[in-house]
Design a protein around this ligand. Structure first.
Ligand SMILES: C[S@@+](CC[C@H](N)C(=O)[O-])C[C@H]1O[C@@H](n2cnc3c(N)ncnc32)[C@H](O)[C@@H]1O
Length: 510
């Protein structure tokens, strides 16, 4: 096992995956606060945002590109990852994002030279670092978060890990006895678990979730699993544990960034809401803990506030009225099925269909959406909008579209894609968020940005650009060139153009 003093037991022999995490985007955090009726800092103009443990920095770079007036800081002690993050920032010409290869302790030492932050985000950190690291994080927050500022913190949660936690220990002990690069060791751990299951080890029988989860793990990247399971430190927390640690920085639990969890009717088994109201009406954290037991929750995305200030009813109504939304999927593809902590929840067509029909005609304000639901029921409209955003079928829109910096960022992503280093991402500046895109979509968007007006023109442009990078489209293992490449790409682009062009235009992508 590659181990050195600086990594403090955290996996550093293989880099973490690069992925855009929509939940830590300022636009998402602002939406979660607003729909929960809580006051949040203004995250539209010149705010300051920090990500602790920023990994490959994809999310930070994308959000910086879409908020050119704000300042973004990312710290991660893995120098290879910070170098990648800084390289993407440089290629996109971003001047408002600052990456440092600092540990949490070094960020704390250097706090005097940092701005005071409106938001500090930690995605995938707390469960995988030492208690000392968590204390450094809390001290950093205490010193650098503005009053009224928000913290996003996600972590593995109990009781949902109760069955799986011993598997993580088994994996870690196995790895300690077979020192090699951590990701390369992942398949050996999975085979070992299989063999153990086959010979009837009672742990796997008594905890049937474990073999099921092992199946899922086979589809995940080995690097991801190495970071999830093979660190020295690993702990799944009860929500009250984290709340107590955050209290040392005078933080109060605000709401969930997993939006469906803020809609009890869609995220709790029947009867739970009534039980919470009866037994624990005034205790938010006790309620959160009970909800985690009701749902056997495995992962939480918490928002904490440094000073909790609910919006007054008048403010809430007026801020909601200003909220504008756009459809993020073709109307025909919209589904009234929302994935939550206890499975799928359905939506009433009588409420959702008119909202979706209205959005299919173009962006609408929340007030306009309330007007189309039966009885102009504001609470039902708010619930529907929350779940449509949760399921990424609708997106809250920003005021005004950011042109230049988001365009330059997207050009950098497209150039990376054509050269064979794909991020699978495109910035949607009208919504200040990122969209996952396929390889074909990346090439098509790149061609549209370069001026292509039809599937044929786009295919010609994409084929030329691939060729300029020494690459070519592949069909059934065969490399295509010339006319065959253009015909092949044209066929792939045509349906995308029909289905997605209007959406991309609406979201400011092209
Ligand atoms: C699971 S990854 C999450 C990365 C990123 N937030 C994301 O979601 O893509 C955890 C990150 O924390 C960083 N990290 C762990 N311990 C750290 C420490 N003590 N100081 C700074 N960074 C640390 C790791 O290098 C890694 O990039």
């Amino acid at each position: 096992m590659a181990m050195s003093a600086w990594n403090q037991g955290y996996t550093t022999d293989v880099q973490y995956t690069s992925y855009f995490h929509a939940e830590i985007a300022p636009s998402h955090i602002a939406f979660a606060a607003l729909t929960s009726g809580q006051r949040a800092p203004d995250l539209t103009g010149a705010f300051a945002y920090c990500e602790l443990g920023s990994g490959q920095g994809v999310t930070l770079n994308a959000t910086a590109a879409m908020h050119p007036e704000a300042q973004f800081w990312g710290f991660d002690f893995n120098p290879a990852q910070i170098a990648n993050a800084a390289r993407l920032a440089e290629r996109a010409g971003l001047a408002n994002v600052h990456f440092r290869d600092w540990s949490f302790a070094q960020a704390l030492e250097n706090e005097a030279q940092l701005p005071r932050f409106d938001v500090i985000a930690l995605h995938g950190i707390l469960s995988w670092v030492s208690p000392e690291n968590r204390a450094e994080i809390v001290r950093f927050i205490d010193r650098t978060l503005k009053p009224g500022g928000l913290v996003y913190a996600s972590y593995n949660t109990q009781p949902g890990w109760a069955q799986m936690a011993p598997f993580r220990r088994l994996a870690r002990e196995h790895y300690l006895r077979h020192p090699r690069r951590s990701d390369l060791h992942v398949p050996a751990i999975l085979s070992f678990a299989d063999a153990f299951t086959e010979i009837g080890a009672a742990y796997f029988k008594a905890n049937p979730v474990v073999p099921k989860r092992l199946e899922g793990m086979r589809k995940q990247a080995a690097a991801y699993l190495a970071h999830e399971f093979l660190n020295t430190h690993w702990e799944a927390f009860y929500v009250t544990d984290i709340a107590r640690e955050m209290a040392a920085a005078r933080l109060d639990y605000m709401t969930s960034a997993t939006l469906i969890e803020n809609v009890p009717a869609a995220s709790l088994p029947p009867g739970v809401s009534a039980m919470l109201a009866q037994h624990m009406p005034d205790d938010r954290l006790w309620q959160e803990l009970a909800k985690d037991f009701a749902c056997n929750k495995m992962f939480r995305r918490d928002l904490y506030a440094r000073g909790l200030n609910p919006l007054s009813a008048v403010e809430h109504t007026s801020k909601l009225a200003q909220l504008r939304l756009a459809l993020a999927v073709p109307r025909a593809a919209a589904k009234l099925a929302f994935q939550g902590p206890v499975g799928e929840a359905g939506g009433a067509p009588a409420v959702y269909d008119p909202i979706l029909d209205r959005l299919a005609r173009g962006p609408a304000s929340f007030a306009e959406l309330v007007a189309v639901v039966p009885d102009q029921d504001r609470a039902k409209a708010l619930q529907a909008v929350t779940l449509l955003v949760h399921s990424k079928q609708a997106l809250p829109l920003a005021n005004g579209v950011v042109g230049k910096t988001a365009r330059a960022f997207n050009e950098a992503l497209i150039a990376a894609h054509f050269s064979g280093e794909s991020y699978g991402l495109i910035a949607a500046p009208a919504a200040r968020t990122g969209l996952q895109v396929s390889a074909d979509e990346s090439m098509l968007i790149g061609s549209l940005l370069a001026g292509a007006k039809s599937a044929e023109q786009a295919a010609k442009h994409a084929a030329e650009r691939l060729a300029a990078n020494g690459r070519a489209p592949q069909q059934d293992g065969e490399t295509l060139s010339g006319e065959a490449a253009v015909t092949f790409l044209t066929e792939r682009f045509r349906p995308l153009l029909g289905g997605k062009l209007d959406l991309w235009k609406g979201l400011g992508v092209v």
